[in-house]
Design a protein around this ligand. Structure first.
Ligand SMILES: O=C(O)c1cc(C(=O)O)oc(=O)c1
Length: 297
């Protein structure tokens, strides 16, 4: 039993996802997912903005196998703050089949970074989404960026489209590979060729160190699951087709903070051929790109 009280409006992850029609290629990586707790073993952070239900490493491995994936990239969830113990525990019990993205503060020591590296961490996350975190000041983030660069790590950034103009110059000055979470959360009710999405495409086009996850149609879509998240497809497909060597895909399981509905993970997998319509694009998205970024060694 968790010693924490789960948020009253928390939606539990899907208990019986469908078997996807799309068969992912052998060796595919789910490059964005999380573990929560279990809360009685790995306490949630005091400063967290939400308290989830448990979502353990074993439940994640079960989903991986069920959907046909081979590997996971586990991204430190904000409910665990900069306490990476649940993440490290999952990595240490993954038989090398999971890598991680941690959250750290500017005071982290080189020894602590080295020990995260040995566990399989290959990046840090900078989060600017106000409902999730109180973001660290730019100066602190710069200190972290300089500390992780020698390890060959990358920086994962999470922000919403309307924040990009004010964050743009900070982002482009980062000294490492930078991976944008969930396509920079575009507003898909705005035109695909409008100025907001154009700025995101410019970020990728003019900065070859920038990658994007084409994940989370369930968060981005206005038409929702009954409309098969179709409104997200042109945005994601544009990113995949223009930057095929710098895109990643992930389930985002266990889908923190979904309020409208809980996605069926099998249906999310069935979106892959819509956004990456050829076998060559699918192989880059699901295997070549994540393997290059997370399993280069
Ligand atoms: O949009 C979100 O609520 C969300 C939250 C987290 C997290 O709490 O780490 O991670 C995500 O990828 C997405």
């Amino acid at each position: 039993m968790s010693q924490f009280v789960v948020d009253a409006d928390w939606l539990h992850w899907h208990q019986s996802p469908s078997v996807p029609d799309f068969k992912v290629p052998e060796g595919a990586v789910d490059a964005h997912c999380h573990v929560f707790g279990p809360g009685d073993q790995f306490p949630f952070a005091p400063q967290r903005k939400y308290t989830p239900c448990d979502a353990s490493k074993d439940q994640l491995w079960a989903l991986r196998d069920y959907l046909g994936f081979s590997r996971n990239v586990i991204v430190q969830a904000t409910c665990h703050g900069a306490d990476n113990r649940a993440l490290v525990d999952a990595l240490n019990h993954s038989n090398g089949l999971a890598r991680g993205v941690a959250t750290v503060t500017e005071s982290i020591t080189d020894e602590a970074l080295q020990s995260l590296h040995e566990a399989g961490v290959r990046g840090v996350r900078f989060n600017f989404v106000k409902r999730l975190v109180d973001a660290l000041p730019f100066d602190a983030l710069k200190v972290i960026a300089d500390k992780i660069k020698p390890l060959g790590w990358h920086i994962v950034i999470y922000f919403e489209a309307q924040e990009l103009p004010e964050l743009y110059d900070f982002f482009t000055a980062l000294p490492t590979t930078v991976v944008v979470d969930h396509m920079g959360r575009p507003d898909v009710s705005k035109p695909l060729d409008g100025p907001e999405f154009a700025l995101f495409l410019k970020l990728l086009a003019e900065n070859e160190n920038f990658w994007s996850k084409v994940s989370c149609p369930e968060r981005i879509s206005k038409v929702g699951p009954t409309g098969s998240y179709e409104d997200v497809v042109p945005f994601a497909r544009t990113v995949v087709e223009r930057f095929p060597d710098r895109v990643l895909w992930g389930t985002d399981w266990p889908h923190p903070n979904m309020k409208s509905h809980m996605p069926d993970d099998g249906h999310l997998v069935d979106m892959i051929p819509k956004i990456a319509p050829t076998e060559a694009l699918q192989k880059k998205l699901l295997i070549d790109n994540p393997m290059r970024l997370y399993w280069a060694d």
